[in-house]
Design a protein around this ligand. Structure first.
Ligand code: KG4
Ligand code: ZN
Length: 340
């Protein structure tokens, strides 16, 4: 089995990992959360500068932790798209340099393919075809994984991504960044049925009902804003933050679960693999698990540390590219957006 070293720097985590046979040998993640927290979101210029500072220490640490030498590494992978261009350039340049210096093949990886492969890290027996529910800060997609490397996106968001909605609602509640894990924690003390919120259905043209797989979270975000403003006018001693978090999180989990189950049944699949930062959400985990069981479907969630951005998922996807004899030219550039 090949051994792949991968770099991930598409947003606010600098990560370098080494994977062989879908086994993680090392996974170093330098998070920039503290750096961006004060701004309430990722500042691209600061992100790329921090990647530049952290990339070499992360490579050194991953090699040290693995106990391997460069001759043990078969290829160098890196996320090339989508993401913040300045951030991607740092990781890709480091990966290409390693490939040149150590004379290894270079493998350019799509970040979303990485999130799909995170599922294999927790469940090495997982095999296509399956449905991937990919819910991160930038994406909310339902992807039919037809076979190795063959993907069909059947649903996406019309506006905000699920993670983005968590982060924006957290800001409305004066919570810090990233909002997802904080809302998840506060929701544990709240009543998910305290407030009824709109699920965000996407209408089909000519009054033909709703799109079964697409989502929309901007209406939910606006409903939260109106609700919070209304409660503030009541001059309460304090906002019922836990109930607000629980009701919001419940609505998102319901919306995602309904679409994933429906797609899985429509496509005659029996397995859903969930990926992306929002896959860490406890309400989504519980709701989807319970509904899947009701329909005799299997659900796999990656271990929490592989839900948010990490190099191990990129190395895992890179291993598949390497086995399938796919190689990327060193002239391959980065790009902020690209379909899977
Ligand atoms: O996959 P990821 O690390 O980065 C992107 O590729 O976007 O996802 C980050 C997103 C953030 O929006 C964060 O708030 C959200 O994942 N997130 C969560 C939880 N943990 C992270 N959302 C809800 N519940 C969580 N426990
Ligand atoms: Zn991601």
């Amino acid at each position: 089995m090949p051994t792949i070293l991968a770099v991930e720097s598409s947003c606010d985590e600098t990560s370098v990992a080494i994977v062989t046979n879908r086994n993680v040998i090392a996974n170093v993640v330098a998070s920039q959360i503290k750096l961006h927290e004060q701004y309430g979101g990722v500042v691209p210029e600061l992100a790329s500068r921090r990647h530049l500072e952290m990339i070499n220490p992360c490579i050194d640490q991953a090699m040290t932790e693995s106990g391997l030498s460069w001759s043990d590494i078969d290829a160098i992978a890196s996320t090339v798209t989508p993401g913040l261009v300045g951030s991607l350039i740092v990781g890709v340049t480091a990966a290409k340099t390693l490939a040149m210096v150590h004379n290894k093949p270079f493998l350019g990886i799509h970040h979303l393919e990485g999130h799909i492969y995170a599922s294999y890290l927790g469940e090495p027996s997982l095999k296509p075809p399956f449905l991937c529910l990919l819910v991160s800060g930038g994406h909310t997609s339902l992807i039919h994984v037809i076979k190795s490397g063959v993907y069909k996106t059947i649903g996406s968001t019309r506006d905000d991504a699920a993670g983005e909605a968590f982060d924006k609602v957290a800001r409305l509640l004066n919570l810090s960044y990233p909002g997802g894990p904080i809302i998840d924690k506060l929701a544990k003390e709240g009543n998910p049925h305290a407030f009824k919120l709109p699920e965000g259905k996407v209408s089909l043209p000519n009054n033909q009902g709703y799109h079964p797989y697409d989502s929309s979270f901007s209406g939910l975000k606006t409903a939260m804003l109106r609700l919070i403003q209304g409660l503030q006018k009541e001059n309460l001693d304090s906002l019922p933050v836990a109930d607000l978090c629980a009701s919001f999180q419940y609505t998102v989990a319901q919306a995602l679960t309904k679409r994933a189950i429906r797609a899985c049944l429509d496509l005659n699949l029996d397995t859903i693999a969930v990926g992306g930062g929002v896959a860490a959400n406890s309400a989504l985990r519980n709701t989807l698990q319970a509904e899947a069981q009701n329909h005799n479907l299997q659900v796999f969630f990656p271990p929490l540390k592989y839900c948010t951005d990490n190099g191990a998922m990129i190395a895992c996807a890179g291993e598949e590219h390497f086995i399938n004899k796919m190689r990327s030219p060193l002239s391959l550039g980065v790009s902020s957006r690209m379909n899977l």
